[in-house]
Design a protein around this ligand. Structure first.
Ligand code: PMV
Length: 327
C-alpha cells in the first residue's frame, strides 16, 4: 500500500451575537464588518481527511452519505488552497459527521470548514498558528474562521487576506451561557448564506447597518468581558433585527422568519419582561437561538417546547476551539 497522510479534527459550530452579513471581496470572503460569536459545545463536526496516491479524485462522505455536486466542489476548492500551501497534489477522502441531527435546520458550514481546515492542514504536516488556521477556514465559510479559536470569539474585518481572522476574547468557562435552539423547520433554505452575502448590498439599509457596527462590536465585547447579560441582550437582539431588516429589503427579498419564528421571538420578549434573563438571535434561517444563563436552562427549554410549531430544542454551552482528535 502506498503512503497515506491523515488526520481527524473536531470543531464546534458558533452563534454570532454581532452578525456577519455581506462581503467586500466574495472570493476571499473578506467581510464588510467584524463579528462576535460564541462557540457551541454540543453542536459539533468531526472530520477525517486522508490524502493518498491511490485516491483518484476528491471524495466526500457527509453524515454517512456520499456527497457530490456543489458540496464536493466547495470542499475540493478549499483543499486546493491547502494543497498549494503544502506543495502537494494528492487527492483526498473526506468524512464528516455532525453530532446534531442531520436536517435539523442547523447550519454546519462553520464547524465543517473549521474541522476540514484543521484536519487537512494537520494531515499534510503544515504547522500553522491559530491565526493562520482561522484565515484559511475563512476562505471556506466566513463564520468558520470563528470556530477555530475557543469560547467567545471576535473576527476582525481586517484590511486584506492576512488581517481578516478571528481570535478568542474570553475562554469557554468565562460565562455560563446556554444556547437553546428552537427548531421550527426542517426544510432546507432556498438561499443559503453564501448567496445571501451577495445580495446584502442591494438593500439600502446595509450601509447604515455597516456604519454602526464598530459601536455594536464595542458594546458586545464589553458586555461579554463584564458578563453583563442585559447589555448583551440589547445589542444582540438589535443586531439580529438589523441583519434581518437588510435581508427582507434585499432584491430579491430574503424572508427567513416563519410564523413560529415570530411566536418564539414574542414569547422570549414576554418572559424577559417578566424578569427572566433571555434573548433571541437568528441566523439565515427560521430557527431561533434562545440565549439564557445556565440556571434557567431547564425552565426556558420547557417553555420553548410548549410553543406551537417548535419541533424540538437543541442545547449548547460555550465551546472550545478546534482540536485535532487523531493523526
Ligand atoms: O459563514 P457563512 O457564509 O455561512 O455566513 C454566516 C452568516 C450568519 O450566520 C447569518 C451570520 C453569522 O455571523 O454567523
Amino acid at each position: 500500500m502506498t503512503e497515506q497522510y491523515s488526520a481527524t479534527a473536531r470543531a464546534c459550530s458558533n452563534i454570532a451575537f454581532i452578525k456577519y452579513w455581506g462581503n467586500r471581496d466574495h472570493d476571499l470572503r473578506l467581510p464588510l464588518n467584524g463579528s462576535i460569536s460564541m462557540n457551541l459545545k454540543g453542536l459539533e463536526t468531526t472530520t477525517t481527511v486522508v490524502f493518498g496516491e491511490e485516491i483518484e479524485s476528491d471524495r466526500l462522505v457527509l453524515n454517512g452519505k456520499p456527497a457530490t455536486g456543489a458540496a464536493l466542489e466547495r470542499v475540493s476548492k478549499h483543499l486546493d488552497y491547502i494543497r498549494r500551501l503544502a506543495g502537494v497534489s494528492l487527492c483526498a477522502a473526506v468524512e464528516s459527521e455532525n453530532n446534531f441531527p442531520t436536517g435539523a435546520g442547523i447550519a454546519s458550514s462553520a464547524s465543517a470548514f473549521s474541522a476540514l481546515t484543521a484536519a487537512a492542514c494537520a494531515a499534510l504536516g503544515l504547522k500553522l498558528t491559530e491565526k493562520e488556521l482561522s484565515i484559511i477556514a475563512r476562505l471556506g465559510s466566513g463564520s468558520a474562521s470563528r470556530s477555530i479559536p475557543g469560547g467567545f470569539v471576535e473576527w476582525y474585518a481586517g484590511e486584506d487576506h492576512e488581517s481578516s481572522f478571528a481570535e478568542s476574547i474570553a475562554p469557554p468557562d468565562h460565562w455560563d451561557l446556554v444556547d437553546l435552539v428552537a427548531i421550527v423547520s426542517l426544510e432546507h433554505k432556498d438561499v443559503g448564506s453564501s448567496g445571501g452575502h451577495q445580495l446584502a448590498n442591494t438593500s439600502s439599509l446595509q450601509q447604515s447597518r455597516i456604519e454602526d457596527t464598530p459601536q455594536r462590536l464595542q458594546l458586545c465585547r464589553e458586555a461579554i468581558l463584564t458578563r453583563d447579560f442585559d447589555a448583551l441582550t440589547e445589542v444582540s437582539e438589535k443586531d439580529t433585527l438589523l441583519m434581518h431588516s437588510v435581508m427582507m429589503t434585499s432584491e430579491p427579498a430574503l424572508f427567513y422568519c416563519l410564523p413560529p419564528t415570530l411566536a418564539v421571538m414574542q414569547a422570549v420578549r414576554e418572559w424577559r419582561n417578566n424578569g427572566m434573563p433571555v434573548f433571541f438571535t437568528i441566523d439565515a434561517g427560521p430557527n431561533v437561538h434562545v440565549i439564557t444563563t445556565g440556571d434557567q436552562r431547564e425552565e426556558v427549554e420547557r417553555r420553548l417546547r410548549e410553543i406551537d410549531g417548535v419541533i424540538t430544542v437543541l442545547g449548547a454551552t460555550p465551546g472550545r476551539g478546534v482540536e485535532i482528535a487523531g493523526q
